[in-house]
Design a protein around this ligand. Structure first.
Ligand code: ADP
Length: 256
């Protein structure tokens, strides 16, 4: 891990919500190609850190760098364009739409006005369409969503809905993927599938992954290193197995 080039760096990041100090001077460095876990009891600040990274609730202190460029202070869509895609804790799909259309939505960051597009509209639209379709097909294939591509997202099981969210995030061609509890509410089989797909995607696309995860079996199975938060502060960091068996971490979980 020490040899990895840093991709995402948080320096002294703090965030308050109406006087609640949700994140306290958190610093962390995530290496290129790493699967990095973010763990800690409920309310410890995990989602707040993810929201700071992705720009939804920017840090009020400290700064965040992605590939050496400061991203803290940028709007969420700018951060997404810079190469970071995320999924949400609660499934956030477009209801009433098909799996395919939901995945296609992941391409929206590429769908921006271009002056050339109006001049060569037909040619441009075709070229764009081909690029979108190619990527969508690649992701459907990678995550094995072929058999449900035309289903409405409302009628497929939760495990598949979560997979569609992952597919949508991958369609944005990110270099870093941020997953907020991708296995929440899943049964054992669905969890195992999701672990496989995250590993496959990471390997096939060379991604760096930051994952909030409650299931410690999943954490030790896929995370190289983890950061453990408690009450907004870092209480441990390091190789997954060591960090989660740290006495302070065990204590924090029992105390809840
Ligand atoms: P975790 O993800 O570890 O469960 P959170 O980051 O969601 O923890 O929450 C950390 C603290 O920050 C909690 O006290 C929570 O109530 C507070 N908090 C997080 N987001 C908001 C928000 N948008 N508005 C108000 N308080 C928030």
């Amino acid at each position: 891990a020490a040899a990895r080039e840093p991709v995402l760096v948080c320096e002294n990041v703090s965030r308050w919500f109406q006087g609640v100090h949700a994140l306290k001077h958190v610093s962390v460095s995530i290496g290129k190609g790493e699967i990095f876990g973010l763990v800690g009891p409920n309310g410890s600040g995990k989602t707040t850190l993810v929201n700071a990274i992705t720009g939804f609730y920017p840090p009020q202190e400290g700064r965040i760098l992605f590939e050496g460029r400061q991203i803290s202070g940028l709007k969420p869509y700018r951060i997404a364009e810079s190469g970071i895609a995320r999924t949400f804790q609660n499934v956030a799909l477009f209801r009433g739409m098909s799996v395919l259309d939901n995945i296609l939505m992941g391409r929206h960051i590429f769908m921006r006005p271009n002056p050339l597009a109006s001049l060569f509209y037909w040619w441009w639209a075709q070229r764009e369409e081909i690029a979108h379709r190619r990527k969508v097909e690649e992701v459907i294939d990678l995550l094995q969503l072929e058999s449900v591509r035309d289903e409405h997202v409302d009628v497929i099981p939760l495990g598949l809905q979560k997979r569609v969210e992952l597919a949508r995030a991958l369609c944005a061609e990110p270099r870093m993927l941020v997953l907020d509890e991708p296995m929440a509410g899943m049964n054992q089989e669905e969890k195992e599938y999701m672990v496989r797909f995250i590993l496959d995607a990471q390997e096939a696309l060379g991604l760096t992954v930051l994952i909030i995860e409650h299931h410690m079996d999943v954490v030790t199975a896929i995370c190289e290193r983890v950061l453990v938060l408690n009450n907004g502060s870092r209480i441990a960091e390091g190789p997954a197995r060591e960090a989660i068996s740290d006495p302070q971490v065990v204590e924090a979980y029992i105390g809840k």
